[in-house]
Design a protein around this ligand. Structure first.
Ligand code: AMP
Ligand code: MG
Length: 315
């Protein structure tokens, strides 16, 4: 049954997956309005609810097994819905098993280290899911589009020779490979928004007083660099989608669909890990039975020896 489910999910997320080695041109290859034949938002919401339930179940097992960790990398342009996606998709999971970190402009201390340093500090523990809201990929996105960011990183002259970006792609791939070979599954999601939908969402943030805080005039300046970002994203997808950590480009013009897409890729990753509750061996079972006998012997007069077992068998 589960095998069938995995295959169904695989088929659903296949159009989002960037084949390792593919030469991606974002606007040619991916449609932000794609909705996989789901006609109505209502049908989509039912699917998302199922996904949220499955995530919760798998996350509980992941935590109990305490062996694998999961790193979710979320990248997007402004207003593509990163925050809302995290809020919705993760709404069913136990907060104790999840951490979210939003990466901002690097601090002086962070700039005093190698570029992956600050991301390494926030990696998940085994049994945990860590979400990077923006990530090490900003190092080949905003840093590439605005080279003054690179100058602030104080790289010694010999390390600035050659193609810095090609080198960073390789270093990122190597780092992710190391992590996945050590039991950390990396799920990379790019929320793909159209320029026109971004314009509408910016206007919404201006028009609705409760949303003003989400809007900064710097966002409009970044929008002017739209084409440069599309190119930087295309390059990133072409160079860093690997067998061990492939990228998924999630259509994001419809918020509800973006959330289903993200949920589906995440559930699929967890299904592949297939975490299990730890098995109780015979010795441990014997221990548990001895404890049970002890506790039953402490039952006050008139009380059931094991009220829980009594309730179990009557239900
Ligand atoms: P927000 O996600 O709206 O809170 O904004 C965070 C800001 O931090 C964005 O403008 C990013 O471009 C910026 N940022 C994130 N990572 C880096 C980085 N490595 N170098 C420079 N700026 C960054
Ligand atoms: Mg912002």
């Amino acid at each position: 049954m589960d095998k069938q489910r995995v295959r169904r999910l695989e088929k659903f997320i296949a159009p989002f997956r960037v084949a390792p080695g593919a030469d991606v041109n974002l606007c040619r290859d991916f449609d932000p309005r794609f909705k996989a034949g789901i006609k109505k938002k209502k049908a989509g919401v039912a699917l998302l609810d199922e996904g949220i339930r499955m995530l919760a179940e798998y996350q509980a097992r992941l935590a109990a097994q305490d062996t694998w960790g999961v790193l979710v990398v979320l990248q997007a342009l402004d207003a593509a819905g990163k925050d809302g996606t995290i809020r919705h998709v993760m709404s069913g999971v136990n907060p104790q098993g999840v951490s979210v970190h939003s990466f901002k402009v690097p601090s002086a201390e962070e700039l005093d280290h190698d570029f992956l340093w600050r991301y390494a500090q926030r990696l998940p523990e085994r049994g945990q899911i860590a979400i990077f809201n923006r990530s090490h990929y900003e190092e080949v996105l905003v840093v590439r589009v605005h080279p003054e960011n690179l100058r602030r990183q104080k790289l010694p002259a010999p390390t600035r020779k050659g193609d810095v970006w090609e080198r960073r792609y390789r270093e990122i791939n190597d780092w992710e490979r190391y992590l996945s070979e050590n039991g950390f599954r990396i799920v990379k999601l790019f929320l793909n928004l159209s320029k026109e939908e971004q314009r509408t969402r910016f206007l919404r943030r201006v028009d609705l007083p409760d949303h003003n805080w989400k809007f900064s005039t710097a966002d409009v300046r970044e929008r002017e660099r739209w084409d440069d970002y599309q190119e930087a994203f295309s390059q990133m997808l072409s160079h860093t989608s690997t067998e061990w950590a492939p990228w998924y480009v999630i259509p994001a013009d419809r918020k509800w669909f973006g959330r289903i897409g993200v949920g589906a890729v995440l559930v699929h990753a967890l299904m592949e890990i297939d975490p299990q509750f730890p098995k109780v061996d015979d010795e441990r079972r014997q221990d548990l039975l001895e404890v049970k006998a002890l506790l039953e012997a402490q039952a006050p007069a008139g009380a059931a020896l094991d009220p829980f077992e009594a309730a179990l068998s009557s239900s």
